[in-house]
Design a protein around this ligand. Structure first.
Ligand code: GLA
Length: 384
């Protein structure tokens, strides 16, 4: 893939590019907690967005996507977001750099990748992180990784219109081979957890369902969480986010005012606590308890937070009582995408085949399964 990318770049722009790759991510537990100042437990995976880039002397930006076979042009400082979808993530980070007064000239950029799009694996964050990391290298901007994470997140808010939390961009930048990262989304302190479950592996099952309403529903969930906080604040002024809230506060103050908001907040408060406890399970090598918590998370996401869909629920139903599966749940923003499953290595193939058949029968569409490994975050690719 990298050779092909380089070839396309040289053909189009007659120069040798800098090459950067940035991974997609999984998240073991801690879903919809990042924008509530909670904890998450993501990791970078062996699926990447790849960027080839080189400077221009003028103010022109030429973008080309190998996967879509499409080009897009722009001229600094006017960056339009109209038209195609994929350039939004690239121009969004350029916009952030300009807003922070970094000196840029134009550039040529070719993009490709193998992070499945719309599968809940954060292909957009991978593109944002690859782009900002590449620009930082190219123009020698000296921006720290954490600053780049924040700028990439803001690009998603302002150009893609999704008020996402920090998890995806963080995982794509800070991933570490064979480690999960416990990130405290309030303090941004993080800790690596070696992740090795003897005899088990991570299997993702992709529904291929992509709901067009996913981003507006995501923003709506975020607003519901903020509403819950606003209801509680007059009684507890120290409460700044759902991280500071407990179930009793929700029951007493939110439930009587807005039952729907209560259910949304209840899920988040429970999930923040569950994630902390899941990390204790990991430290104790208690993978059975860890797996159980993944199933509980799915219940909460499906029933209270209402971000699942019938295809995801079906997949969880299929593996729930299977002793080859320690834990499983829908992953990412929701309304489609993948489930994440901790599956016995030597039974994974049989399970995938069985679930694929059942899925085909139930939904009349095909399932894809990915056995993923945990890898390092963003990096420059040796270009020799
Ligand atoms: C999306 C967002 C993340 C996070 C997850 C849900 O992936 O980009 O910030 O909120 O959904 O956990």
């Amino acid at each position: 893939m990298v050779e092909e990318l380089k070839k396309v770049f040289i053909e189009k722009f007659a120069a040798t590019p800098i090459l950067v790759k940035s991974p997609g991510r999984i998240n073991l537990i801690g879903e919809h907690t990042d924008y509530n100042d909670g904890f998450v437990l993501p990791a970078a995976i062996d699926k990447y967005a790849y960027v080839a880039i080189q400077k221009r002397e003028d103010k022109h930006i030429n973008l080309f996507s190998v996967d879509f076979n499409e080009a897009q042009e722009a001229t600094l400082p006017e960056l339009t977001t109209e038209g195609k979808h994929w350039p939004v993530y690239i121009l969004g980070v350029v916009d952030q750099l300009l807003k922070s007064n970094y000196a840029l000239t134009g550039f040529n950029l070719v993009l490709c990748g193998d992070v499945p799009i719309g599968a809940g694996l954060s292909s957009s964050a991978a593109v944002e992180c690859a782009t900002i990391f590449a620009l930082n290298e190219l123009f020698n901007l000296g921006i720290s990784k954490m600053e780049m994470v924040k700028m990439a997140q803001k690009a998603e808010h302002e150009f893609a219109g999704v008020k996402c939390g920090i998890m995806d961009q963080f995982a794509s930048m800070f991933g570490k081979e064979n480690n999960l990262i416990r990130l405290d989304c309030r303090s941004l302190q993080y800790e690596y957890f070696p992740f090795y479950v003897p005899g088990f592996q991570v299997v993702l099952m992709d529904t291929h369902v992509k709901h067009s309403l996913a981003s507006s529903a995501y923003n709506e969930r975020r607003a519901q969480c903020e509403k819950g906080v606003a209801i509680i604040q007059p009684f507890f002024p120290q409460v700044k986010s759902l991280r500071d809230v407990n179930l009793q506060m929700l029951q007493q103050y939110v439930f009587p005012v807005d039952e729907l908001v209560y259910r949304r907040c209840k899920y988040v408060v429970e999930e923040i606590e569950r994630t902390v406890n899941a990390c204790t399970d990991l430290i104790k090598n208690d993978f059975i308890s860890f797996g159980k918590k993944m199933f509980q998370t799915h219940e909460g996401l499906s029933n209270d937070y209402a971000v699942s869909c019938k295809e995801l629920d079906f997949l969880i139903q299929q593996v729930k009582d299977n002793p080859a599966v320690l834990g499983a749940r829908m992953m990412g923003g929701g309304f489609g995408g993948c489930t994440i499953n901790l599956v016995k290595e030597n039974e994974a193939e049989v399970l995938i085949e069985k679930v694929s058949k059942a899925y085909q029968k139930e939904t009349c569409s095909a399932l894809s399964a990915y056995k993923v490994t945990i890898q390092d975050g963003v990096s420059v690719i040796d270009n020799k």
